[in-house]
Write a protein that binds this ligand. Structure first.
Ligand code: DLL
Length: 429
């Protein structure tokens, strides 16, 4: 019988065994960056740390954190730890807040990337027989390239579609009988809307079963809407350019947290204010150390992504530790009349109300010195009820979650810009 695991040995390994692998790899990578990169060498030296002092996994606490500031300062290749002639591929994040982050890969790094991508796609149910439409944007962004490598390693058929050109996406999805798709959740929601508008019968015209979604924050409520519209299972995928791209973690069929490929990416959760390392079950900022990367190892990189670690074994049988779905980015946190607000909480509230679509926007504005929020929501195309009443219900739901009254406008269909990549949910006016 076909195994449900891509790599049963690693995915179901006892935690103590996994920790042995991690320790061996941690010692190696610390030595490698210290010896081969001037920036890391100085960072460690300033912290009074020598590689041989890393004797246990806990000793990682002695290693200084790496932040986006260092990546900016040493842009583009200052943290590369191999001769540049060994670098065979490069990616970069969009860099909307300053310089982009550049990720470099050796041939070996690409092998590791393909392997972890195959593992996460297999975990979500992608198989050799599948036809995978790759609707993440191709180019500098890591998304499409990572998924392409993983799908090909599994042996699935890759349709290198890229994002955008939505009507053509739908036509080819139908013609090619695509069974799996990868894109941002906001784009998958938009594709369903476009399919309905074009008159497709989603159930009859398409053969889609699996959605590999990620690269942006999305709530369980949004997932439910996407799954219902497409009749698929949608899996959350997490990753970042600084670590490898997609491939860091994925949901299994239990949809109860994302399994982290901790044989390659050592994970910690810290208190974002103090930097103190927290225990599983405590909410904090994810910090990753790449254990196997050659070109661009990230050591204790502070992601700014907030989550909670889960160490218990999952019902799927995998022992790989999990983190709960990203709760928000510390960057995205808003303080409104003393209340801490994450965009995802507002999304959850909106999606809970019957009659709302997936299209919404949070407007942040100043009233005097006060930050205020306004929420714009489009109704479902079939919605025939009272828009004011719908707005009131959304407002009450948001109040129930945040204890904060925000103005809600139910706007016309088409008023909110659609996204084919990462959606911009918060705008400032
Ligand atoms: O977004 C890599 C990726 C591509 C992941 C495709 C999944 C699928 P970056 O462009 O460097 O890399 O952006 C990384 O996006 O620090 C998070 O804040 C956010 N992010 C990524 N995945 C998720 C997710 C890719 N599943 C940044 N949920 C990260 C919430 C996510 N936020």
């Amino acid at each position: 019988m076909e195994s449900k695991y891509w790599d049963p040995k690693i995915e179901t390994m006892k935690l103590e065994e996994l920790k042995k692998i991690q320790l061996k790899r941690l010692k190696e990578v610390i030595k490698r960056v210290y010896e081969n990169n001037a920036v890391y060498h100085k960072l460690f030296k300033d912290a009074g740390l020598k590689p041989e002092e890393i004797k246990t996994l806990d000793d990682i606490k002695k290693v200084p954190f790496l932040t986006k500031d260092e990546l900016r300062k040493y842009y583009p290749f200052g943290l590369v730890c191999v001769p540049m002639s060994e670098v065979v591929e490069l990616h970069a994040s969009s860099g909307t807040t300053g310089k982009p982050v550049v990720g470099t890969y050796t041939k070996y790094d690409l092998d590791v990337w393909s392997e972890v991508m195959a593992r996460i796609m297999y975990t979500a149910g992608v198989r050799k027989e599948d036809r995978y439409q790759n609707s993440f944007g191709y180019g500098l962004f890591t998304g499409a390239h990572g998924f392409e490598k993983g799908a090909q390693k599994i042996g699935a058929l890759v349709v290198p579609m890229s994002s955008g050109n939505t009507l053509r996406q739908l036509q080819l999805m139908k013609d090619f009988e695509t069974t799996a798709i990868g894109c941002t959740p906001s784009y998958l929601a938009y594709m369903a809307e476009a399919a309905e508008k074009k008159g497709y019968d989603i159930e009859k015209d398409f053969k889609l079963k699996v959605g590999m979604c990620g690269a942006e924050s999305w709530s369980d409520e949004m997932r439910k809407k996407i799954e219902d519209k497409w009749g698929i299972s949608a899996f959350d995928n997490y990753g970042l350019t600084e670590i490898i791209g997609p491939g860091v973690s994925v949901e299994c069929e239990e949809h109860d947290g994302l399994h982290i490929n901790t044989d390659h990416f050592y994970v910690e959760i810290i208190d974002p204010k103090t930097g103190e390392v927290l225990e599983p079950g405590e909410k904090g900022e994810l910090v990753f150390t790449t254990l196997t990367k050659e070109a661009f190892p990230s050591i204790r990189f502070r992601t700014k992504d907030l989550s909670i670690l889960i160490e218990e074994e999952c019902d799927c049988g995998r022992t790989l530790p999990r983190h709960v779905r990203i709760l928000g980015r510390s960057d995205d946190m808003m303080k409104v009349r003393g209340v801490i607000v994450f965009p995802k909480q507002i999304e959850e509230a909106i999606m809970k109300i019957e009659g709302t679509s997936e299209n919404y926007q949070i407007v942040k504005y100043k009233s005097g010195v006060m930050t205020r929020l306004k929420v714009r929501v489009e109704p479902e195309p079939v919605f025939k009820g009272d828009k004011n009443l719908l707005a009131k219900k959304i407002q009450q739901e948001i109040y129930g979650i945040l204890n904060l009254t925000v103005d809600v406008d139910v706007v016309n269909i088409g008023d909110i810009p659609r996204s084919t990549g990462k959606a911009k949910r918060v705008v400032e006016e």
